[in-house]
Design a protein around this ligand. Structure first.
Ligand code: ATP
Length: 190
């Protein structure tokens, strides 16, 4: 199968992420989209990053019964910090039956030259990029392995959601109902 990989910390997952994933799974030639949840980097401050399994759980809750989407914890088993090129190589070896495509926003494409072995990523993988308001596509947009899509933009971030929760404001509808219920019932991000 042709599978799109959407990497992130998903701290927490929100409808901006899900809109992109569903767009890629239904309006491109990708057959499935996997959310690859990045582990907590022990070298980085842990203050605002929820535990790996909480974030993974929230991604699963957000996906619900959508069989086109999947949560992947593959990076939890890989050395930290996890570099995309290493995760791609691992997945390729583990799933020779699949073809993996990278999904990223224009914000990430613009700084691709900072990624470890980015030339190798570009040489070995298709990259599906979605436009984001106020981000230039940059030089890589015309690369033969890059395809640019117009997905409905939504200007929210996990930071905004965490800030709302901390301030006691409602995040209902910014995250899927199941995620909202989970967040309401616990102390995550308070
Ligand atoms: P934070 O605010 O904590 O940095 P985030 O909402 O940007 O989090 P990430 O987990 O970093 O979430 O996101 C994973 C991927 O989704 C990243 O490539 C990021 O650019 C992208 N993304 C984040 N928010 C949106 C959005 N509203 N629309 C489309 N893509 C998004």
């Amino acid at each position: 199968m042709r599978i799109g990989l959407f990497f992130g910390s998903f701290n927490p997952i929100h409808i901006g992420h899900l809109i992109i994933a569903n767009f890629m799974a239904t309006q491109t030639d990708l057959e499935r989209v996997w959310f690859v949840v990045s582990p907590q980097n022990p070298l980085k401050p842990k203050k605002t990053l929820a535990r790996d399994h909480d974030r993974l759980h929230l991604v699963r809750l957000g996906i619900g019964d959508n069989t086109l989407l999947r949560a992947s914890d593959v990076e939890f088993q890989l050395p930290i910090p996890s570099y995309t090129i290493d995760t791609l190589a691992f997945l390729k070896e583990k799933h020779p039956e699949h073809e993996f495509v990278l999904i990223m926003g224009a914000d990430n494409l613009g700084s691709l030259q900072l990624w470890k072995n980015y030339e190798q990523i570009l040489a070995g993988y298709d990259i599906y990029v979605y436009k984001r308001p106020s981000y230039e596509l940059g030089e890589f947009a015309s690369h033969p392995r890059v395809r640019v899509f117009e997905a409905p933009p939504l200007d929210i971030s996990a930071t905004y959601i965490r800030d709302c929760i901390k301030a006691g404001k409602s995040v209902r509808y910014l995250v899927p109902e199941t995620v909202w219920e989970y967040l309401e019932s616990g102390s995550l991000y308070h």
